[in-house]
Ligand binder design. Sequence first.
Ligand code: 5GP
Length: 116
Amino acid sequence: MAEKTIFTRIIDGEIPGNFVYQDEHCVAIRDINPAAPVHVLVIPRKPIPSIADLAPEDHAVAGHLLMVVKKVAEQEGVAKSGYRVVINAGDQGGQTVPHLHIHILGGKQLYGHGTA
Ligand code: 5GP
């Protein structure tokens, strides 16, 4: 069996995570190394390695993740002030955890479209 990702280990309760949202398809946790006052990761329970690995059967969960981003942004109080949504994919995209996740960044003024 493939080794569990760090996010699956958090989802399974093997290591601690600061959960801000959970449902049957995904969870949202605070990033351990926040880059902004609000930095939450929305993660599917299914360990899809990256956006590049989305399969046709993932259509519903992929859409669901965006709906959860909207909900978590409201919950975190940044929906009106604005926020950034980031998905890193693969090596050159800067992805470090091979389990699809969406970053929600907010609570401060952000400029440009990334750290490049
Ligand atoms: P990536 O670079 O893959 O897009 O983002 C991975 C993110 O996961 C990073 O922002 C990193 O700080 C976060 N991260 C890595 N390990 C852990 C962990 O054990 N717990 C939490 N909450 N976040 C983590």
